[in-house]
Ligand binder design. Structure first.
Ligand code: SF4
Ligand code: SF4
Ligand code: FES
Length: 286
């Protein structure tokens, strides 16, 4: 049986997950229950600090009585529901999604995707070399962060983080429709001419590395980016009295990027430009 530890008491919902009885607090998603039960369901557009958008459909599961497969990341567990996560139909659907994404987008910096492609025996190459790709050069128009939309899966997470879910700056949005849809700032201007305030909250949520620190982008280009050689130290931002938590990623005694813990009850992984990018003084030897 699956049971998620309780924080504030909530009514428990009982349902069946892969033939086993599961109990989760009311409001939990099927994905929450799967994770509590140790089931590895692929996710891409799901974000632990964002409301689900259901953009990628890589997390689908089968629910008894439901005509279509349902996204585990957003569908709430309901009493009496019968959920199956490993049916042939669900696995086939995940495989197709992975194939379509991997054939049209550069997923080389997407964590865990190589393992999922293997697990689902996805063959993105079967669409041939002409599969749709932006073939666009990374947008390097400032010293803080880079936008490489060849890696973008249009998950909307950056738009939501920049917009009404967190930052309320609305610097980025989806431009175009259908095959022409892409993430852009107003009038496709350089970031420096846009409304962007360089909080980097879009980088924090981007699942593919389409948005990255300029430092990471440069180090990857030079072949020196090595996450296995990096340490992470969480500290408190000293710039103002809010006291945001900063996690400093350090390689070769240099800070190479700054993230923020998503479980912080105040900031939920969000920072401002000073906390996110204002670290150079720490390593200024002059
Ligand atoms: S850095 Fe902040 S303001 Fe700029 S695009 Fe990203 S979320 Fe929006
Ligand atoms: S840039 Fe990243 S966060 Fe934004 S839509 Fe593309 S993949 Fe998602
Ligand atoms: S992770 Fe559930 S729809 Fe994308």
């Amino acid at each position: 049986m699956t049971a998620i530890p309780l924080g504030v008491p909530r009514r428990l919902v009982e349902f069946t997950l892969d033939g086993q009885e599961a109990r989760v607090p009311e409001g939990s998603t099927i994905l929450d229950a799967c994770r509590a039960a140790g089931k590895d369901i692929p996710t891409l557009c799901e974000g632990d600090t964002l409301r689900p958008k259901n953009a990628c459909r890589v997390c689908v599961v089968e629910v008894e009585g439901s005509r279509t497969l349902v996204p585990a990341c957003s569908r709430k567990a309901e009493p009496g529901m019968e959920v199956s996560t490993g049916t042939e139909r669900a696995r086939h659907s995940r495989k197709i999604v992975l194939e379509l994404l991997a054939s049209s987008v550069d997923l080389s910096t997407t964590p865990r995707v190589a393992g999922w492609l293997k697990e689902y025996e996805a063959k993105p190459d079967r669409f041939g070399p002409d599969a749709a790709r932006l073939n666009e050069e990374p947008k390097v128009d400032n010293e803080l962060y880079v936008r490489d939309y060849d890696k973008c899966i249009l998950c909307y997470k950056c738009v939501d983080a920049c917009g009404d879910q967190w930052q309320n700056t609305f610097a980025i949005s989806v431009a175009g429709r259908g095959f022409d849809a892409r993430i852009a700032v107003e009038h496709d201007a350089p970031l420096t001419d846009s409304a962007c305030v360089y909080c980097g909250n879009c980088i924090e949520v981007c699942p593919t590395g389409a948005l990255s620190f300029k430092s990471e982008f440069d180090m990857r280009a030079a072949g020196t980016w090595d996450e296995s050689a990096q340490t992470e130290t969480t500290t408190v931002c000293a710039y103002c009295g809010v006291g945001c938590n900063l996690t400093l990623h350090v390689q070769d005694n240099e800070i190479v990027k700054v993230t923020s813990p998503h479980d912080n009850p105040v900031t939920h992984g969000n920072l401002c430009i000073k906390g996110r990018f204002g670290y150079q003084h720490v390593q200024n030897r002059d």
